[in-house]
Design a protein around this ligand. Sequence first.
Ligand SMILES: O=C(O)c1ccccc1NCC(=O)[C@H](O)[C@H](O)COP(=O)(O)O
Length: 255
Amino acid sequence: MNILDKIIKNKKQEVADSKSKKSVEQLKDSEFFGRETFSLKETIKSKSGIIAEFKRKSPSKGIINAQLSALEVVSEYEKFGASAVSVLTDSEFFGGSFEDVLNVRNHINIPILRKDFMIDEYQFYEAKSIGADVILLIAACLSPKQVSEFTDLAHSLNLEVLLEIHTEEELKHINKNIDFVGINNRNLKDFKVDLQHSVDLKNQLPEGIFSIAESGIYNEDDFKFLKEKGFDGFLMGEYFMRGNKIEDFIANVTM
Ligand SMILES: O=C(O)c1ccccc1NCC(=O)[C@H](O)[C@H](O)COP(=O)(O)O
C-alpha cells in the first residue's frame, strides 16, 4: 500500500469516529462557523504569494520540528508578509490538530488553509467550524466528480478551494469553479522533487487560473525560478519549520 492509500484509509476511520462524536448541526453551532472569511484571492496578489505552512512532521521527512507553537510560528508568517498560512490538521501523519487552527484563528488576519485529506462532506463543515478560509482537494485521492461536488459545497460555505495536481492525467480534475490549482513539485509515491516537471504542467493549465507551486522549495533560487515561470503562489513548509526566517527569505527574494 502506498503512503496516500495509508493516509486515506486512516482518514476514513478518523472521519467516521468524528461523525459519531459530533453532528453537522453541532459543528454549525461553533463560534467560528458564521464568521466572515478571508480571501486568498485577495492576499495572493497584495502580499508575497507565500502560503507558509505549520507542520511538525511529514511522511517524507519524519519529525521536522515538534517543539514550536503554532501561534508563534504563524504570527511571524503574518508579520513578515505571508499571503496565507497552511495548518496541518492531520494528526497521525503530520502531527497536526484542530487545536492548532483554533488557537491561532483569532490572532491573525490572513487566510488559513486547513491542510488535510478531504474525502467526506463532513470535513468541510469541520473546516468551517474551526475557522478555516481555504481547503485543499488532492486530485490523486478524488474523482473529477467529487472535486466538482466538493468545490460547490466549499463555496456554499464561503471556503475557497485549492486543487492539488501532480500529473497530466490529473488536469482532468480541474473545473471552472476551482479557485487555485496547486502543482505539487513532490511525487507523493517516491517523494522525488522536480521543479521543471511542475513548470511543464503549469504550461497546460487553463488561461488565467491562479497557480500555486507546492512543496520542495528549499532556497531563494527555487522560489525565484518558479516565480519567473509565472506561478502566483508558493506553498512552503519544511524550509520555515526548520528555523529559516520568513523575514530574511522575503527580503532576499524581493531584492
Ligand atoms: O510531504 C510529505 O511527505 C507528504 C506525503 C504524503 C502526502 C502529502 C505530503 N505533503 C503535504 C504537503 O503538501 C506539504 O506539506 C506542503 O506542500 C509543503 O511542502 P514542503 O515545503 O516541502 O514542506
